[in-house]
Design a protein around this ligand. Structure first.
Ligand code: SAM
Length: 372
């Protein structure tokens, strides 16, 4: 029994069955007992899973090259803002600041969007002395970004979703209820009018027996990021699909022992994710006046940004260095291989929303993109 189970039960007692989106919000972000807000590191070697920026600084360094490209496309403005939403343990910002080339650094203003105090404190410690960084609690507080990049790595798949299914010819919203014995159970109910309207507008029509997710919060997040940006790029990296539908939906949970399909298991002690539907995301970017590029696999984008040069430099170092530096170079080579592995982190997708600039070359499809 997790402390969050009591929170959910209290909520159900007070309001009746709650939407899956409300359940997911409590399970991940309840200020005391939520999976991300509870204080324990979740991403990285001390957490439950390793994300690209926590695996190796190569990720942040390669994205610093991408930011330089965007800065150039904007006409080398004197001030260039890099905003990161959901920085987790701060690995991306640390590597990015460490690797940004001097001319870009001189123009750089970094903002981290972090609502969770425990995470903000760890990020502050990790980034101390690395450059000028400001923190805001909410994306709405970043203000207008005249020139810049707004990054979200593995943030969209953690946005609460409503869950719907079609059974007996009828659309149902899957709610979370408490059983008489106090355990949680899924309970279908007639859907709220705004959920039906949203699904109609986005042409989401699950067939009989199938479930679908309604990512209202992701739409809000993408819209806010896109509308804040006057010129530059919104960069979204996540696990996604391009409209292909799985009858069971894409919701999964992750804990210390790996993935699980029981969405109600150990609330607050497990991550809950839903794949991002890139067709929807592209539509939201267009609605906000941006030009979408991608999805392109992360492995191809990182290669286009120079992952191979880095690989060669690490290979040379592992051959010529001595002692601990050899071990470090060898383990970094393995980390880089994992970032490019189609079955691993290389299988993440990248989508850009371009504001007032053409899609950068690193997002262009190249036939030999997958050539080793
Ligand atoms: C899977 S973690 C990824 C962390 C980090 N980006 C990384 O790649 O290591 C998702 C993070 O997104 C954060 N998050 C989710 N919604 C957010 C929002 N609206 N604003 C800021 N952070 C958010 C969560 O708190 C969590 O730390």
């Amino acid at each position: 029994v997790t402390p969050l189970l009591d929170v959910v039960r209290d909520s159900v007692r007070a309001e009746g069955p709650i939407t899956f989106a409300r359940y997911m919000e409590l399970a991940l972000y309840h200020p005391e007992h939520g999976y991300y807000a509870g204080g324990a590191p979740r991403t990285g070697w001390n957490g439950h899973f390793v994300t690209s920026p926590e695996l190796d600084p190569a990720f942040g360094a390669l994205w610093a090259r991408a930011a330089e490209t965007v800065w150039r496309a904007c006409g080398l403005p004197a001030r260039f803002e890099v905003v990161e939403v959901g920085p987790g343990e701060g690995g991306f910002a640390a590597a990015f600041l460490g690797a940004a080339p001097a001319p870009l650094r001189a123009a750089l203003a970094v903002t981290l969007v972090e609502p969770i105090p425990a995470l903000r404190a760890r990020q502050r410690r990790r980034l101390e002395g690395l450059g000028d960084v400001r923190w805001v609690r909410d994306l709405d507080a970043i203000g207008r970004v005249e020139h810049g990049c707004i990054f979200c790595n593995e943030v969209l798949d953690n946005q609460p979703v409503h869950l719907v299914e079609r059974a007996g010819g009828r659309l149902r919203e899957v709610m979370v209820d408490a059983a008489p014995d106090g355990s949680l159970r899924l309970a279908p109910r007639p859907p709220a009018a705004f959920v039906v309207e949203w699904m109609g507008r986005h042409r989401i029509h699950p067939p009989e027996g199938a479930r679908a997710e309604v990512p209202v919060a992701a739409e809000r997040l993408v819209g806010r990021a896109a509308r804040a940006l006057a010129r530059g790029a919104v960069v979204l990296v996540d696990y996604g699909t391009s409209g292909e539908r799985n009858a069971a939906g894409t919701l999964l949970t992750y804990g210390a022992g790996g993935p699980g399909a029981d969405l109600l298991a150990d609330p607050g002690a497990r991550d809950i994710t839903a794949h991002v539907d890139w067709r929807l995301v592209s539509g939201w970017l267009v609605d906000a006046g941006l030009r979408p590029a991608g999805p392109r696999p992360q492995r191809e984008v990182l290669k286009a940004l120079g992952a191979r040069d880095l690989e060669r430099a690490l290979a040379a170092e592992s051959h010529s260095a001595r002692g601990a530096r050899v071990v470090r170079a060898l383990s970094r080579r393995q980390a880089l291989a994992a970032l490019l592995d189609p079955a691993g982190l290389g299988g993440l997708d990248v989508v850009l929303g371009c504001a007032g600039i053409p899609p950068p070359a690193f997002m262009a499809d190249q036939r030999d993109g997958d050539r080793p």
